[in-house]
Design a protein around this ligand. Sequence first.
Ligand code: PGA
Length: 250
Amino acid sequence: MRKPIIAGNWKMNKNPKQAEEIVTELIPLVKEANADVVVCVPAVCYSTVANLVKNTNIKLGAQNVHWEVSGAFTGELSADMLKSVGVEYVIIGHSERRQYFGETDRTVNLRVKAAVNAGLIPIICVGESKMERENNYTNALVSYQTLIALKGLTNDQIKNCVIAYEPVWAIGTGLVATDEQANETIGVIRKAINDNYGKDVADAVRIQYGGSMNPSNVKGLMAQPEIDGGLIGGASLKAQDFSKVVCFDK
Ligand code: PGA
């Protein structure tokens, strides 16, 4: 049985003071959660949140990582830097980074390898646009994105990765994939892993759904056999809402 994992993606929202308010409210609300709980916050909030979540069941996540260890890469942070301030998870290849910041499948793979080698757990985002879904490219696309992202990792490293299936048309739009659509596409991703790395790897990898997941649709999505959790944007910015998603089974 895979343990569910619910991660909040705050994107470019909240300063350290606001982060303190949200996380302080969140801690008691999710302490009985049966899922792993992660908050991926802006870099300016890392140390505030790391201090608050010490000795709780909430883990700290980042939203990007560079693949080099150090050097002349203005504006970037390395995996070791993230580790040094208490980050344990990192979102890689979010569609907003692919769309606005030139992220490619190749750079996703470089970041994934750097994260894993430093002991961070990557949350690797894949997903199709509306046009790609309408033209039936979804299955080929998410399989390809997944396999490129994982290239060069060992089977044991892959087992520890998290994948987030996020249909681009469902992110921040209020549109949600139906439970069946999300389940089917996550099944396609798992099959691609199965066909390339074997059943024990495919059975171990946790695959989240992301895209307008919220307290009212989480139960239906999480009831699907392939869906192991969620990557939550908008609904992670309020402690009450996020805690209801995290505690979907209560
Ligand atoms: P959303 O964002 O929940 O606001 O749609 C999800 C994401 O981008 O990870």
